[in-house]
Structure formats: structure tokens, C-alpha cells
Design a protein around this ligand. Structure first.
Ligand SMILES: NC(=O)c1ccc[n+]([C@@H]2O[C@H](COP(=O)([O-])OP(=O)(O)OC[C@H]3O[C@@H](n4cnc5c(N)ncnc54)[C@H](OP(=O)(O)O)[C@@H]3O)[C@@H](O)[C@H]2O)c1
Length: 339
């Protein structure tokens, strides 16, 4: 069993922790969280062992009557691998601690790419992560783009991709820093293209982004110039066969992110998560060498399977296909359809 600790128990950390408990080859040793709030107390009541980042927080946890098992240092002594899901910038600082203890660690997309030896998307570069000490699972947007562009590029080589990202402003549990009643563009090209190139090294891509006042789902509008002409049906077949990508039809009433949110509730997974790229069938349009499509990404969930595969990769589990099969079956991830 791979002994795993999760540092940071927020949007990503609590989902990764939950997914670890579903793996046949992993054990969740404990999690690190700063404040003893409702989220910690629910986790404690479910039997998760909590640790605090440092001694200065002892009083706060004692005052809240929240049970903890020690500090980050204590947790590290019991772990083979850490998944660091702390807010942007803290992971890079924690890396020094993991390095000094010789512990393997997986960081998230908010960190600078230099935090890891490899930027990781399981379907693209599992093998290059084998046995590494530090990995970075790329962001939700980059993971979603990497999955779909890699699938297409392997079979229908891409000459150039142009992507417009419509980004949710904040996560549903956040009560600060949102935007109201506006569209906020990132001027010039957005950083997503460069981030994607940390995984798909040779891709010719440019990305543009706006933020809008919603909390659920990013939407990507993707235009691709291929090296050869392509038939729409071939692309649909390819995407339907691709792992962790689901093609949905607006004819089933799924013509907006509001309906996708409702779909996630109907599916009833933990925290209503959707781990798959959701490509709208009706958006797929091919004309000569040009291909256009739109997809939605559940930003809170899409990187969870990647974190699980990343744990196996750094632990030296060599069979990428078996790792992804284990991950997908444990989280009920589908590749073709939900129903
Ligand atoms: N949210 C997304 O949609 C999303 C998607 C993909 C990737 N990511 C990336 O994932 C990473 C985490 O993002 P997130 O959205 O999960 O953040 P988040 O919801 O703010 O959660 C961060 C967690 O880290 C804890 N924390 C803060 N300082 C800490 C410290 N010094 N030591 C240990 N724990 C500490 C926080 O504790 P308290 O709760 O007690 O404050 C909280 O539990 C970022 O790199 C982000 O860019 C986020």
C-alpha cells in the first residue's frame, strides 16, 4: 500500500483525500489543514486524521475542540507520498520541507511549473513521471485542453489550435474576490497556451480568456486547423472512444452549464463531481482542415483522477493503462456516456 498524506484540505485537497480512500493500493494517512472549521469537523467525524501546519495553531484547534494528531512534520514521518493542494505559492515553500525529508510530492496547477520535474496529465505523459520525486498536476483548464487536443493530435495531427476560454470567476464555496455583472478579459494572450506546452511540448496553440460571474464550469471554444481534411463523424467517434471524455447532446436537454450542473446532481457522485471533459456533440463542426468544438470542464473535479495516477507514477507503478483503469473504476469515471 502506498501511504499518502494530503497537505491542504480545500476544494482540491478534500476531493483527492476522498479519492485516495477508494484506491485498492493506497491508504490515506492524514490531511493537513490550517483552520478547524466546519470542513475539518466533518472530516474528523468521518474518521480522517487531521494534522496542523505548525505549532502556533495548537490553541485554535484546542479552543475549537477539534482533534488533531500532530503537525505536518509528524504526518511526513508516516508517508511515502504527499499531495500538496495548498493555495498558490505555498506548495513551492513546502517543497523545501519535502526535499529535506526525501519525500515524494505532487503539486497543483497554481504552482510555478518549476515546482515539479514534470508537469503531468496521465493520458499524455504518465511514463515520463515514473519514479520522479516531484510532479505538478497541471490546472483544470490545462488538463481539459490536454486531454482533448492530445486525443485529436495523435490521430489527426494539429497544425494550429486557437482556444477561447470562458472561465468561472470563483469556486462555489468562495465568498470573496468574485465579479458581479461583468465580463473580465485577460488582455493579450492568456497563460494557458504556455502551460499546455509544459505537457504537450510541440503543440502550436494560442489561447485567450475571459472570466464571467459564475461559479460552475469553464467553457472552452476550440478551433483547430489540422494537417489533413477531416470528417465530423470521425472526430465524434474518436472523442467517444477517448478516455475521460464524454460527448453530450443538447437534444438530451444539456444545452447549458446550468443543465450540466443539474446532470452532476442527478449522477449523485461525491460532491456532485464530474471528472470527465464534457464535449457538446452539437458544437462539433468540421469544414475542410478546420475543426471546431466546445467543451465544459468541472474545475473542482477534473484534476482528481490525474492526482491519483500521479501518486502511482511517482511510486514507480509502471503500467499507465492499469493505473488509469484502477482510478477510473474506483471513481466510476466513464469514457463513453453517463446513461
Ligand atoms: N479550485 C479549483 O478549481 C482548482 C482547480 C485545479 C487546480 N487548482 C489548484 O489547486 C491548488 C489548491 O487550490 P484550492 O482551490 O483547492 O484551494 P483552497 O480551496 O483555497 O484550499 C486550500 C487549502 O489549503 C489549506 N492551507 C492554507 N495554508 C496552508 C498551509 N500553510 N499548510 C497547509 N494547508 C494550508 C487551507 O486551509 P484552510 O481551509 O484551513 O484555510 C485549505 O484547506 C492551487 O494550486 C490551485 O491553483 C484549483
Amino acid at each position: 500500500m502506498i501511504r499518502v498524506g494530503v497537505v491542504g484540505y480545500g476544494t482540491i485537497g478534500k476531493r483527492v483525500a476522498n479519492a485516495i480512500t477508494k484506491q485498492p493500493d493506497m491508504v490515506l494517512v492524514g490531511v493537513v489543514k490550517r483552520s478547524p472549521d466546519y470542513s475539518a469537523k466533518i472530516g474528523i467525524s468521518r474518521g480522517i486524521r487531521f494534522f496542523i501546519p505548525h505549532e502556533e495553531l495548537v490553541d485554535a484547534w484546542n479552543r475549537a475542540g477539534a482533534r488533531y494528531y500532530g503537525t505536518l512534520d509528524d504526518l511526513l514521518q508516516e508517508c511515502d507520498v504527499i499531495v500538496d493542494a495548498t493555495p498558490k505559492g505555498i506548495g513551492m515553500k513546502n517543497r523545501v520541507i519535502y526535499e529535506s525529508k526525501g519525500i515524494k510530492a505532487i503539486f497543483q496547477g497554481g504552482e510555478h511549473p518549476n515546482v515539479g520535474e514534470v508537469s503531468f496529465v496521465a493520458q499524455v505523459n504518465y511514463e515520463s513521471a515514473l519514479g520522479k520525486q516531484f510532479l505538478r498536476v497541471v490546472s483544470c483548464n490545462t488538463t481539459g485542453l490536454a486531454r482533448v487536443l492530445h486525443a485529436i493530435n495523435q490521430q489527426y495531427p494539429i497544425e494550429k489550435a486557437i482556444v477561447f476560454l470562458v472561465r468561472r470567476a470563483i469556486d462555489p464555496n468562495q465568498d470573496t474576490n468574485g465579479i458581479i455583472d461583468c465580463v473580465a478579459p485577460s488582455f493579450g494572450v492568456s497563460h494557458h497556451a504556455e502551460d499546455l506546452k509544459t505537457v504537450l511540448k510541440d503543440i502550436n496553440i494560442v489561447t485567450f480568456a475571459v472570466r464571467i460571474p459564475v461559479t460552475h464550469f469553464h467553457v472552452h471554444m476550440i478551433s483547430i486547423k489540422l494537417k489533413e481534411t477531416v470528417d465530423r463523424r470521425e472526430i465524434i467517434d474518436l472523442l467517444e472512444e477517448s478516455r475521460r471524455i464524454v460527448v453530450l447532446s443538447s437534444r438530451d436537454g444539456l444545452g447549458s452549464t446550468a443543465k450540466l450542473l443539474d446532470l452532476s446532481r442527478e449522477l449523485g457522485r461525491p460532491r456532485f463531481d464530474i471528472y470527465e471533459n464534457l464535449v457538446w456533440l452539437d458544437s462539433i463542426y468540421a469544414e475542410g482542415k478546420w475543426l471546431h468544438l466546445m467543451q465544459a470542464i468541472h474545475q473542482e473535479a477534473i484534476v482528481i483522477p490525474e492526482n491519483i495516477d500521479a501518486i502511482r507514477a511517482v511510486s514507480g507503478f509502471t503500467d499507465a493503462l492499469t493505473s488509469m483503469n484502477l482510478t477510473d473504476s474506483s471513481l466510476s469515471i466513464v469514457s463513453t456516456r453517463f446513461y
